[in-house]
Design a binder for this molecule. Structure first.
Ligand SMILES: NC(=O)C1=CN([C@@H]2O[C@H](COP(=O)(O)OP(=O)(O)OC[C@H]3O[C@@H](n4cnc5c(N)ncnc54)[C@H](O)[C@@H]3O)[C@@H](O)[C@H]2O)C=CC1
Ligand SMILES: O=C(O)C(=O)Cc1ccc(O)cc1
Length: 365
């Protein structure tokens, strides 16, 4: 039986959900976005089967509604839903980076007979908008669901069945657990990333050359500072107590590391880095990364035609690539050609192909 799914907000995340669901034959995907150009592109990309003229019109036709809007916008929209004639067993979900605020709205929705199960795909990027959406964005990434309680388990089961087309790994936690864990691995790291950029800026007048020397390490830890500021303002505000809690813990950690450094004890300093390295190396990034991208770094020599040589070998072995970029600095530790693939299997085939045929070193960062 055909299911009508409304995706609200067709940017990076909503657009990627819509594209993933397009792979299933039995979904009719309606899209709604406040930005007309986004709707036009979504139609052109065949991301949606139909555009809703208004949110209400789309919502009243839907069996499932998934919000891909900024978290503050989602809360506002959820408040409107009880005013409309939604289908009796409609399931409402979202993709937002915070869960407690929407789950508070879920309680009110329940009073109006509307079932809401929160969702958060743990994959994305610093890019935004409809053109950044990809059908494989969530492949192998965790996708967190938060149900109010067991009463909504039927809806969580139904959502899991729909979201299986994202090929993500669906897990269920409480909204409180979700917001704590994402504060640790996502929301607070964002603050650190932005703060390092501010710290560089503060040095710029006296040392304008410093930014030119910023190598791979600085770029790695500050990439997410290039994300959409309004989106991260909303996320931070909705999870403020937990972000502040992490900030206090960070200040304590900085005091600890300051004491280690001030002691000048080489063994203690090496152990500080060594313990972090051991832990970082053991994190499950390769087998189901929190943020998955399937990139392969290739250490190519510098001669004309070398890139087409590599892509030629991949084409001959029918390995599709989703993106290709050159890291500008020669100091990149892993190799300056970075090729992205749709999934882990393609990346591994490509790694074997390039090492065997081109004899270039490859790395998975
Ligand atoms: N950026 C990321 O990597 C990730 C983001 N998220 C969450 O996904 C949600 C969407 O984020 P992105 O896709 O990155 O943002 P985005 O900026 O790429 O897309 C948001 C879309 O919502 C639309 N929109 C904004 N206000 C609207 C309104 N009032 N009515 C209708 N449409 C409206 C925008 O026009 C845009 O197309 C956010 O809640 C975010 O926290 C979740 C996982 C990863
Ligand atoms: O750019 C990155 O690597 C991210 O951190 C993407 C991201 C952003 C927000 C989320 O809620 C989840 C993932």
């Amino acid at each position: 039986m055909t299911k009508t799914v409304l995706v609200v907000g067709l940017g990076l995340i909503g657009g990627s959900v819509a594209l993933a669901l397009q792979k299933a034959p039995h979904f009719h995907i309606i899209g709604y976005d406040r930005d007309e150009e986004t709707i036009r592109i979504a139609k052109q990309l065949q991301m949606i089967d139909e555009a809703a003229a208004t949110l209400q019109q789309g919502a009243e036709k839907a069996d499932v509604i998934i919000f891909g809007t900024p978290v503050s916008v989602t809360v506002e929209h959820l408040r409107q839903l009880p005013m409309w004639q939604l289908k009796q067993h409609v399931i409402v979900s979202d993709t937002g980076s915070t869960k407690q605020a929407v789950m508070n709205e879920a309680r009110t929705l329940r009073e109006h007979g509307i079932t809401f199960v929160g969702g958060h795909p743990m994959a994305g990027s610093h890019k935004s908008g409809v053109t950044a959406a990809r059908p494989h964005l969530f492949e192998n990434a965790y996708y967190v669901l938060t149900a109010l309680d067991e009463q909504d388990e039927w809806a969580a089961r139904e959502l899991k069945s729909i979201l299986r087309y994202t090929h993500s790994k669906i897990v269920e936690v409480t909204a409180e657990e979700h917001d704590h864990m994402t504060a640790v691995v996502s929301h607070f790291p964002h603050i650190i990333s932005a703060s390092l950029v501010h710290q560089l800026q503060a040095e710029d007048e006296a040392y304008p050359m410093a930014k030119l020397l910023a190598a791979g390490g600085f770029r790695d830890v500050t990439r997410i500072a290039s994300s959409n500021p309004a989106l991260w303002r909303d996320i931070t505000l909705q999870n403020l107590p937990k972000v502040l809690e992490q900030l206090t813990k960070w200040q304590q950690e900085m005091e600890r590391v300051k004491n280690i450094l001030a002691s000048g004890e080489s063994e203690a300093i090496e152990n500080y880095f060594g313990d972090a390295k051991k832990l970082r190396d053991s994190l499950p990034f390769s087998a189901g990364a929190l943020f998955t991208s399937f990139e392969l770094h290739v250490d190519i020599p510098d001669y004309p035609g070398v890139i087409s040589l590599v892509t030629g070998y991949l084409a001959e072995e029918s390995i599709s690539i989703t993106n290709l970029r050159i890291v500008e600095a020669r100091d990149d530790v892993y190799g300056i050609l970075v090729i992205s693939f749709q999934n882990e299997e393609d990346r591994q085939r490509a790694q074997a192909c390039i090492e065997r045929r081109a004899k270039f070193e490859t790395h998975i960062a």
